[in-house]
Design a protein around this ligand. Sequence first.
Ligand code: GLV
Ligand code: MN
Ligand code: MN
Ligand code: MN
Length: 398
Amino acid sequence: MTDLAGRFRKLWDEIAPVGRDSGSGGYLRYALTEPELRLRGWFRDQAAHRGMPVVEDGNGNLFAWWGDPEAGDAVLTGSHFDSVPHGGAYDGPLGIVSAFLAVDELRAADVTPTRPVVVGAFVEEEGGRFGVPCLGSRLLTGALPAERAAVLRDAAGVSFAEALGHAPAGARPELLARFRSFVELHVEQGRALAETPSPVAVASAIWPHGRWRFDFTGEGNHAGTTRMADRRDPMLTYAFTVLAANKEARLRGAHATVGRVSVEPNATNAIPSRVSGWLDARAAEPDTLSGLVEAVHDKAVERARRDGTAVTLTEESATSLVAFDGGLAERLARLLDAPVLPTGAGHDAGVLSGHLPTAMLFVRNPSGVSHSPAESATDEDCAAGVVALARVLAELAC
Ligand code: GLV
Ligand code: MN
Ligand code: MN
Ligand code: MN
């Protein structure tokens, strides 16, 4: 093991147990819950240990400054701590741990940036607790108004403002203006690098994507006494819609997933009165995505007519196509001799890219699996990611 891979492992082991489920081995690190608050405490300790003052933006996002926090022209790097339910170890925290280690690398090499380097931790990137992904970066940039974010509620009815301890501050243009660029390092979430000799890639684009809730309503009734012909069963309409989403996505070369469902009354011996299913849909082109959602909705409505049920569709979040700054991506790809790839996953980098030159680095994931405990990265590849990030920071901040 190289020295840097060993240092990576040592720092990584400090956070690895936090929020890990002993059964699945996956992580439960919802934003602003105990495990994530512990990681935020760890972030402050790491920053203090390096003499980096931490600025909180009033929205739950943390920024640790190497350099004068009042100075502008800073290069921002970092990612998020929160996870999807039973998610992997790397999605998010890898970008933060790598950022602190990249600062250490630059300091050890006596590199003195002429601009501040800032390590950031964004809140609620996954939308796992309050339903809106990239909540922290959307607030910081003003993409989501503070009043709307304040009243988002988790499954227990706790609002975002309550979890934060105060109303979110919303857009902070003067803070945003102090950043000249953002680079988010992230574990690769598919197989694109698994069979290549490259431990690191540069991102070109993020597919447009969104979340839609289908609410199917029918008539709750007795499972034993209700004749089959008399039923108005929303579970049937739901099931048909899931199959339709899969088929329509395949036909279009897009991605569609229904990974969350709720059923009322959720009893084995009752025909449900209501089923809600959340569709996550993504495609390379915006028209393909809107065509996909429309086609699934049309099929659901037609099927509902046959089932005697009703269906409504609500868009819960939408993210447009993100094309990262092409000049910056090319420059970094040349610097690192790394391939350039698009991704179907959403990131705070996508939100910030509308406001400042933004790039992403991906670290190889041999399992090709993400949003699951099987997500993986070797210590050596993580060390290669740190070296790449340090080179990029030196390039952008010196
Ligand atoms: C977040 O990771 C997403 O792409 O859903
Ligand atoms: Mn994720
Ligand atoms: Mn992530
Ligand atoms: Mn993400």
